[in-house]
Design a protein. Structure first.
Ligand SMILES: NC(=O)c1ccc[n+]([C@@H]2O[C@H](COP(=O)([O-])OP(=O)(O)OC[C@H]3O[C@@H](n4cnc5c(N)ncnc54)[C@H](OP(=O)(O)O)[C@@H]3O)[C@@H](O)[C@H]2O)c1
Length: 352
């Protein structure tokens, strides 16, 4: 490995966020990339992957032992759990185990980037103050993102490296077998509606249809994350990162329906986790009929996450001006992003 280059350690490299980060870094000549995940990954130019269980400190120590050239850690791993309290121990442990393993060997460590989200504002709990700002007061824990940030701030004190916290809205990207993937959930739900000859119905809470929200394109997020990790002014700071536009489902839903050549019917609150539970046979039949990639139904379904997003009957957006004030000026049109993701899913033969 060329030691004059920056070397990225992308933790959670198979995630919705991590995958796009690896892809972006792989386009930059001055970076080498090492991805970490339990399932490993296929090597490419300047990219290699290591299969490691970060919940196991001994495995982390063993597998990360040879990574002395790492200069930047991009932490985007995530362990899903059924309750906010249960999320804390595994998600803190993975970060601690990563730092415990990499810090002693990577003498040239410059930066640790921590992927966060609007959970730091309580956006998942109920109506919260919008637009949320990076300096808004914290709330009563448990919240794993507080524990992670507190740990990182304490660990960084007195060190040569710096940290940054990146706070995206709902992320638009492509990955399979991941618990939080709204675009894939919408695409599969719409494709199944079409297969059954049904119009497209918004399945969320009645009040969620007309509230303001925003998304973050995974590519834009990757560029912002690398920017924050390499811009000296951004050191030891957190940044909201979103597309830059707001939308309401009552405007976006008909556009999604139009893409899938579907009529729109009035919203009807339905738990996708419940009503899609018996749809594996339908998915398998569609896979056969439309000659799709043979992806297991559970790997294309993030129904619980889609239900969660569609339950937000309150505004869900942050103030994105801090990143702009510090020098990151990119934006993405959310409708264009969604259409692009659906096109990509079709190109990859993951939906009809
Ligand atoms: N997705 C969103 O819309 C969104 C929005 C805002 C904020 N966020 C935040 O961003 C972070 C990343 O989210 P994400 O959606 O990208 O997560 P994700 O798709 O579930 O990806 C998680 C990554 O962590 C890896 N991982 C999980 N357990 C591991 C273990 N024990 N050892 C090693 N690797 C492990 C997974 O790979 P393996 O399964 O192969 O191990 C995967 O690569 C989370 O904190 C999340 O809250 C996400």
């Amino acid at each position: 490995m060329n030691t004059t280059k920056k070397v990225a350690l992308v933790v959670g490299a198979q995630g919705v966020i991590g995958r796009n980060l690896v892809e972006h870094l792989a386009t930059l000549d001055d970076w080498d990339v090492i991805g970490l995940a339990r399932r490993g990954g296929a090597a490419a130019q300047r990219v290699r992957h290591i299969a490691v269980d970060l919940l196991d400190p001994a495995d982390a120590q063993t597998k990360l032992r040879g990574l002395e050239h790492v200069t930047h850690v991009f932490y985007a791993a995530y362990q899903d759990r059924p309750s906010w309290a249960e999320l804390v121990p595994p998600n803190l442990a993975m970060l601690v185990n990563t730092l415990d393993a990499i810090e002693p060997v990577a003498a040239g460590l410059q930066h640790v980037s921590l992927m966060q989200g609007y959970k730091v504002y309580g956006g998942h709990l109920g109506p919260f103050k919008t637009p949320a700002r990076e300096d808004d007061a914290q709330f009563m824990p448990p919240e794993f993102m507080f524990d992670q940030q507190r740990f990182l701030e304490a660990r960084q004190a007195g060190k040569r490296w710096h940290w940054s916290g990146i706070r995206p809205a709902v992320v638009g990207g492509i990955a399979l077998g991941n618990p939080m993937n709204l675009a894939v959930a919408i695409a599969v739900y719409a494709s199944m509606s079409k297969e059954l000859g049904l119009p497209l119905r918004f399945p969320g809470k009645p009040g969620a249809y007309d509230k303001l929200l925003e998304m973050t394109d995974a590519g834009l997020l990757a560029r912002a994350t690398v920017w924050a990790a390499t811009e000296p002014r951004a050191a030891n700071q957190a940044f909201n990162i979103s597309n830059g536009d707001l939308f309401r489902w009552n405007d976006m839903w008909p556009k999604i329906a139009r893409y899938f050549e579907l009529d729109v019917a009035p919203p009807l609150p339905m738990s996708l986790d419940t009503i899609m539970a018996d749809k594996a046979p339908l998915w398998n039949a569609m896979t056969h009929k439309h000659e799709l990639q043979p992806v297991a139904y559970q790997h294309v379904s993030s129904w619980r996450f889609a239900d969660f997003v569609f339950s937000w009957d309150y505004d869900m957006f942050g103030d994105g001006s801090k990143a702009r004030r510090f020098g990151f000026h990119e934006f993405v049109d959310t409708e264009t992003m969604l259409i692009g993701l659906f096109d990509d899913l079709r190109r990859r033969k993951l939906i009809p």
